[in-house]
Design a protein around this ligand. Structure first.
Ligand code: ADP
Ligand code: ADP
Length: 225
């Protein structure tokens, strides 16, 4: 069973419960968006799937394997962050290659994967530049590239477009959707932006106060104005 299974997941900080038993089944290749107001627990839930936050109760499975006890690097996922989290002193090429070097891939295999990702993301002219020499959209593409080259079972996105201007947000959201479609990689995407959520999602999870209130297609969910 591929995809992502989130089963009865609970998160408590001290005495405060912030996630109250959420269950979501993300099918293989599906694009699920978690949407809800600030503080409802979206990011915490995503970080528990990524392994960046300990799970208080319940279970997370990736590609059919329970990962509760696995380190982030062993979960076969790749995450795109709001602030891109690029290495400032490394070139675009090295930013994309770094994770693969650590994983012990051969130089040829790394080059092949990075070149392919650079082609898909139209980053070929910028491989020797440093992140500070790139526009916001280009930086976001490098962050995407770093995920793609790892060929993970799932992409996790935490408000990846929030730092871009409105026009670029629309463009990048189309690019993300096209890329996910062509790769067929399962995606779990967190945003507070309802339009972004409606545009991207195969299915939406509407969260409120640590609870998944609705899980349905964009056509069928009711969003609070
Ligand atoms: P969202 O991503 O929807 O904005 P978060 O997942 O960041 O929400 O936060 C959910 C709730 O958990 C909030 O009430 C927040 O204050 C609380 N929270 C998040 N991180 C911590 C932490 N490290 N310690 C205590 N409370 C936290
Ligand atoms: P190393 O420096 O580990 O010997 P290589 O000989 O593969 O690695 O490449 C030398 C450097 O050139 C790399 O560290 C990388 O920064 C850069 N590089 C490699 N391939 C490309 C490429 N296709 N485009 C741009 N820069 C590249």
């Amino acid at each position: 069973m591929a995809g992502i299974g989130i089963r009865d997941v609970v998160k408590r900080y001290g005495d405060t419960k912030v996630i109250h038993g959420v269950s979501i089944d993300v099918a293989d290749g599906e694009f699920i968006v978690i949407v809800g107001p600030s503080g409802c627990g979206k990011s915490t839930l995503l970080r528990m799937v990524a392994g960046l936050e300990e799970i208080t109760g319940g279970e997370v499975a990736i590609d059919g394997r329970v990962v509760n006890r696995l380190e982030p690097k062993d979960r076969n996922i790749a995450m795109v962050f709001q602030n891109y989290a690029l290495y400032p002193h490394m070139s675009v090429y090295d930013n994309m290659a770094y994770g693969l070097k650590i994983a012990g891939l051969s130089k040829d295999a790394i080059r092949e994967r990075v070149d392919k990702a650079a082609r898909m993301l139209q980053l070929e002219p910028y491989l020797d530049r440093k992140p500070r020499q790139l526009s916001g959209g280009q930086r976001q593409r490098v962050a995407m590239g770093r995920c793609i080259v790892r060929e993970p079972a799932a992409f996790l996105f935490d408000e990846p477009l929030s730092n871009l201007d409105a026009k670029l947000r629309v463009q990048m959201r189309l690019e993300i959707k096209q890329l996910q479609r062509s790769l067929g990689t399962t995606a779990l995407y967190v945003t507070h932006d309802q339009v972004e959520a409606m545009t991207l999602a195969d299915r939406l999870v509407v969260m409120n106060g640590g609870v998944a209130e609705q899980i349905d297609t964009p056509m069928n969910v009711y969003l609070h104005p």
